[in-house]
Write a protein that binds this ligand. Structure first.
Ligand SMILES: Cc1ncc(COP(=O)(O)O)c(C=O)c1O
Ligand SMILES: Nc1c(O)cccc1C(=O)C[C@H](N)C(=O)O
Length: 429
């Protein structure tokens, strides 16, 4: 997309791009935080998305339902809480490329990773290895390490980490596929990020699934940084399971509810081990309060506890904005917006080599985030952004992550960032 646009480093160009942007009005649906008393330019949706103006009313509505109906709210009213999980399914299915029965919103991300591992990691003496990416988000590392120990195995013998080649920052798909082949008969699971939090690399999930299934292994993805950011096709790609959080690109509030995907080929396998709770039990029989767990069809059968209604209300406020904007439209704008950011950084950096973009150049291998390796000037370069009202984030030892999101960032935001970057490099690099 972006390579069809002749970008320019000028305020007129940025204004023109905003004027022609069909999604330009969506920014008015959000509340921007303040830095030094002024509205911030927010590029941190990869960590925590900002609040939609509608969120408060969605939560208030459920507070009112609770106040007015109390326990009757479970079964009465237009959005009876007993079935409230169904509301988010159409949007979630669209966002991750799934059928509605393959997705459900529940729990938190790390909890869901553990619960899904219970079902999809059943090591045997012959098949016990797990492939993941080196430098995964710490929670994912701790999750894998403790799951492996839970089965009485040694993480050093089980977990195979794929690292970039010497002198490179991101993984080559051919290396991932080859590692899968190498471990072949011993491989139980590929469990990795769909989009890497540090480098911003979007992996070729379809190719990874094909290779893993060929050797008889399951595949699960942590989509924390991919859901609501990249175009996904979990069903068609035959992914076995996935999970994500809703507080980054899905703007649903700090720590808010996660979502899971379980492919429909696993929908009716009561033999799949799981840690169950009453909310995953056949909902027609649930209140018989009897022994003997009978899982619901599809992803719903992995639920444990009754829905967190206030959390789902905030989630829904945001999902409806996504549906109105359209995933394809968002992705189209995102490619151009991030392409503009990349162009401006290259312009400012020239051949100085101070800033190195480690996120892949290819639009099909990234989402909206660019990760900038700072070779000179250190954290002072980043701190200057904040002093000028720009919110990004710094990840040790020396990476700045900037994530222009198509829902609420503009081309002018990106242009202003470039001006501050230029000023910061002049001062500190
Ligand atoms: C890739 C990844 N995994 C796991 C987590 C942890 O998520 P949570 O605290 O919601 O379980 C995050 C974000 O914090 C993340 O980015
Ligand atoms: N959840 C977070 C928090 O409570 C504090 C600070 C950061 C976070 C994050 O979510 C971090 C995010 N996953 C990341 O990629 O950096």
């Amino acid at each position: 997309m972006s390579n069809q646009v002749n970008f320019e480093f000028s305020i007129d160009f940025a204004e023109k791009m905003d004027a022609e942007d069909p999604l330009r009005d969506f920014r008015s649906k959000f509340i921007f935080p303040k830095v030094n008393g002024n509205e911030a330019i927010y590029f941190c949706g990869n960590s925590l998305g900002i609040q939609p103006k509608a969120t408060q009313a969605y939560i208030q509505k459920e507070l009112d339902n609770w106040a007015n109906m109390a326990v009757d709210g479970h079964f009465h009213g237009e959005d009876a809480w007993y079935h409230i999980r169904k509301k988010s399914k159409p949007a979630l299915a669209e966002i991750v490329g799934a059928h509605e029965h393959e997705v459900v919103a529940m729990n938190n991300l790390t909890s869901n990773l553990h619960f899904l591992m219970v079902s999809f990691y059943q090591p045997t003496a012959e098949r016990y290895k797990i492939i993941t990416e080196a430098g995964a988000f710490p929670s994912d590392m701790y999750m894998l390490e403790t799951q492996v120990k839970f089965h009485g195995l040694d993480p050093d013998e089980v977990i195979v980490e794929i690292a970039p080649r010497a002198g490179e920052h991101t993984l080559r798909t051919e290396d991932i596929l080859q590692t899968i082949q190498e471990h072949g008969d011993q491989l139980a699971l590929v469990m990795m990020a769909g989009l890497q939090y540090y480098t911003g690399q979007l992996f070729d999930m379809k190719a990874i699934v094909e290779a893993a299934h060929k050797v008889g292994a399951y595949v699960g993805f942590d989509l924390a940084h991919a859901a609501g950011n990249a175009q996904l096709g979990l069903h068609d790609w035959q992914v076995d399971f996935a999970t994500w959080c809703s507080y980054k690109y899905m703007n649903s509030g700090p720590g808010n509810v996660s979502g899971i995907f379980v492919h429909e080929k696993h929908a009716e396998k009561p033999e799949l081990p799981r840690f169950a709770g009453w909310w995953g039990h056949d909902e027609g029989q649930r209140f018989k309060m009897e022994k003997g767990f009978v899982p619901m069809f599809g992803a719903d059968g992995w639920q444990l506890a009754n829905s967190n209604v206030l959390a789902l209300a905030a989630h829904q406020a945001s999902l409806e904005i996504f549906m109105e904007a359209g995933i394809k439209n968002l992705r189209k704008k995102s490619e151009t917006l991030t392409g503009y950011l990349e162009f401006l950084i290259h312009k400012i950096n020239g051949d100085s080599g101070v800033i190195e973009i480690i996120t892949p150049k290819n639009e099909n291998e990234r989402g909206c985030q660019l990760s900038l390796l700072v070779h000179k000037g250190g954290k002072a370069v980043f701190d200057e952004f904040y002093q000028n009202g720009i919110v990004g984030d710094w990840r040790n030892p020396n990476v700045i992550r900037i994530a222009p999101t198509p829902l609420y960032n503009s081309f002018m935001d990106v242009f202003r960032f470039a001006q501050v970057l230029e000023q910061s490099l002049r001062k500190f690099a």
